[in-house]
Design a protein around this ligand. Sequence first.
Ligand code: KG4
Ligand code: ZN
Length: 333
Amino acid sequence: MSIILAIESSCDETSVSICNNGKITANVIANQTIHQNYGGVIPELASRVHQQNIVPAVEQALSDSKVNKKDIDAVAFTRGPGLLGSLLVGVSFAKAFALAQDLPLIAVNHMHAHILAHFIGEKNPTFPFICLTVSGGHTQLVLVKDFNSMEIIGETIDDAAGEAFDKTAKILDLPYPGGPMIDKFAKEGDLLKFKFAVPKIDGLNFSFSGFKTSILYFLKSEIAKNPNFITENLNDLCASVQHNIVNILLNKLKKAADQYNIKEIAIAGGVSANSGLRDGLNSMAAVEGWEVYIPAFEHCTDNAAMVAITGYYKYLAGDFVDQTITPAARMEF
Ligand code: KG4
Ligand code: ZN
């Protein structure tokens, strides 16, 4: 039996979860809406708000799962990658809590946690599987061999897929975070209306910076002819942008599945909430004979439940760290 308290504070969500013997019994997420006023996450503000949110979030999680502090067996926390100031709040809290309660500490890689979110519910992938992890900071194809054994087989050489969504949304004058806004307007638009330059990158790597530039130049020339071009074509622009990004992602995913001869396929991370990606993956799965795993919406974007489940498997493996641990903004796999 094990009860694990998990803390996630890598970016702008303060989240606390409790995992009771492999089952999530609480997942509190305190969103930081303040960043909407600035069009992006302001690191300095994010760490201050984590500081305000973390104690109430822990109390809420304990109360939601009817767990007493004294019943906890270990504290898991996101060590990185992420914003250093944000990580420092979660890591320092976890260390202090563990010290006060005399508990072991479990350091979790945020990208591992996004992948192991697939072990929260009833339908779990079987090993080995390929996971396309797409978030605001990362775009990775990962060969997942076991709970604690994963290998990056492809990744972006510049911007992440989430950044491509967010930066395009900014160009289209949509509020932050742009990904969900593009998804919303895309539902009403024609996905084949506009074509943009698709990057040609060998192997299993991705590139999104050229794609974003091609949208920028296209819009500049259209706006010169018609100043209302964006507002008059917003739905079609969003649908076409989304369609292009999803195609880039799914083509590489298919290439990876073929190369490794694997039919167990998962997606994870904030962009896996995108309806175009979810629909496209299901269609591709029907053609390719894949078994696909798509996380529940609440486990796509940042949350501590995914840290708690990762912590649980590390607990079973006896993988602990001591009080000298520090956050790692650029944590490797
Ligand atoms: O995993 P996540 O919450 O945070 C990071 O670890 O980065 O991912 C956030 C990213 C943002 O870029 C956001 O725009 C994107 O996920 N995102 C979406 C959608 N929901 C969130 N992108 C496209 N469509 C969505 N529905
Ligand atoms: Zn994330």
